[in-house]
Write a protein that binds this ligand. Sequence first.
Ligand code: CUA
Length: 357
Amino acid sequence: MFADLRFLADLPLFPPTASSIAHDVDQLYFFLVAVSGVMTILIFAAVIYFAFKYHRSRHPHPTQIEGSTKLELTWSILPFLIMLVMFWWGTKLFFRNAQPPADAMEIFVTGKQWMWKIQYPDGGREINELHVAVGQPVKMTMASEDVIHSFYIPAFRVKHDVVPGHYDTIWFTPTKPGHYHLFCTEYCGNQHASMIGWVDVLDQQQYAEWQSGAGTQGTMAEQGQKQFEQLGCATCHLLDQQGRGPNLRGLYNKPVLLADGRIVLADDGYIRESILDPNAKIVANFQPGIMPVFKGQVTEEGVMQLIAFVKSLSPNTPASQQGSQQPPIVIAPQAGGGPAPTSNSNASKTPANAQRK
Ligand code: CUA
């Protein structure tokens, strides 16, 4: 429908185009610029033309004009149609950009004044450096430890605010090996300008070599398991039977029935909330107030590791699988298996609390 404007993106004025969506974002951008440019020229031309045409030297006694329906319809309907094209085009791109493919590799980012901390599933960690492979779709799960940051890779045409209190996600498929800028684009304090880094796009073989050096502390899931034990989670969330807290095996990305009758998906965001603010959503058949609040006890990076551990208890469940069609898991405390849920007054005596002096 529209002329191919790709050649414009190769002008040195623009950042490199190095992801599968970059050209499409540019085309929409150039369309918006073209429409704005044409409208600006038309409006200025009309202003100048009428200024001369109706100059008072030629029209000393102006006559009243009562309007023109035809003209008014034209200048209403035409812009409306152009806006509809912008809306349709933008929405199409937005939805494409919002749904990571099922085979996307997961990488985790934590924004912190003033650095980007990257975690890979194999346990590797970096600061202000991101390594990805050409052709491999990547889904980034992002959290903030303090204030609002914004994760921006101009060469990939992806940018997303990273808001404290929940997860934000983006995805991209790098298409060209290279060394690209990574920015924070939300003012986040006096060192905001130094919250920058690099993205290295490697070919498949280089990436395999690079990966082999990572993960000296075990995978993210193994690091998560260590925390799970240190924080005392294992005392109530028994992994072989039903304990005082819900059994976490097979839970990840499955629908869960809550005490108030709602059904929620046990995705990353739900598990994060359940760790930091356990009373926000109480699972059916369990008592509120038993689990200690871990807000302030675990870092966002630690929460991501705990989630990786919970995920590892549900093998064969890809992160992008939508579980909303499945029947909800109803977790019932087992008769005779483990201590029964008790009242709130016992909350402070849980071993988990005792460990965190
Ligand atoms: Cu983080 Cu600006």
